[in-house]
Design a protein around this ligand. Sequence first.
Ligand SMILES: Cc1ncc(C[n+]2csc(CCOP(=O)(O)OP(=O)(O)O)c2C)c(N)n1
Length: 355
Amino acid sequence: MFENYDPREGKLLRLLDETGKLAAVPDGMPLLPDDRALDAYRTMVMSRQVDEWAVSLNRQGRMPTYVLNKGQEANSIGAVMAVRPDDWFVPAFRELGGMLVRGISLAQYYLYWYGNEWANHMPREEMHMLPISVPVGSQMVHAVGLAWAERYNGSDRIALTFMGEGASSEGDFHEACNLAGVWKSGVVFYAQNNNWSISLPWSKQSASATLAEKAFAYGFPGIRVDGNDIFAVYAAVRMAADRARSGAGPTLIEGLTYRLGAHTTSDDPSRYRTDAEVKEWEARDPLPRLETYLLHKGLLTQEQTSSIRQKSLECAQAAFEEVVNQEDTLLDDTFRYLYSDMPEVMAAQLARRQA
Ligand SMILES: Cc1ncc(C[n+]2csc(CCOP(=O)(O)OP(=O)(O)O)c2C)c(N)n1
């Protein structure tokens, strides 16, 4: 199937158009079932409300710097839904939707951005998910290793990892893709191409026309999908996951998307991108697109949309209050989790702090 969508020939996989109409799905292509599309919608609304409440808290001086997911939600929600719950999910830092699919509690998510190290303690056995990874690109090699370890141990579990397009300029991207290609590792690389790496556009990031085509140099397929179309994301990841599970090796998926908000609450995107560009992408917002589809199919009513929004906001508000009522972050924790054996230089700093 991937050969029908060669990015070098300008091909792009899109199933749900910008008006919420679903195209005829090609034979053999996996289709996100209606009940799961409804779950995806609820998760998308939740993610959006969690973001909006966090921004409001930040403006009130109650939440430190926060990373926004607004506009990109279909990518991680569709992708995580397309793999098995026991497959590894290795996120970067803009995958709140996927983390909600895996069942992360809102309080744990907010606790992370609140600056508490304990939020990194993922219930690994339950969620098969690694913590948020802020050092750009660092998570991809971990995914390759995890997938390889699963194979070595005779399991058919695979790994799904995420990156932004900016991460493709890091050495880690080359190392991860090269190793995965040679080992035919059971890994799916998902790049959320939102065009902007903070203020740096894709045109200054890479001379390649597309990110997906880089896959071919590593000996595996690459595909471009409309990342704001949850049906296309689901289909591509499902096919890549099947391929990975069968032992055929990795796939690189490039989801074309856009962050409708700032890079983080500390960023001012009006300094480097135009209002016209933002408006253009607002018309492709994955949320109203999926909502229109569900409304037309009779799977959702207008009244339900408002109550889902309201309930999600209330959950976000309650979760944050839970966080502020927890014990304060211990500064010593900052020292504790980087190395299993603390290097001398850090031990000396810790001792100085405790003196
Ligand atoms: C190794 C490293 N260098 C720099 C940074 C600072 N930084 C954080 S996010 C970011 C841009 C990442 O862009 P991209 O990979 O496209 O992801 P996006 O933020 O667009 O989701 C940078 C430079 C970092 N966190 N880690």
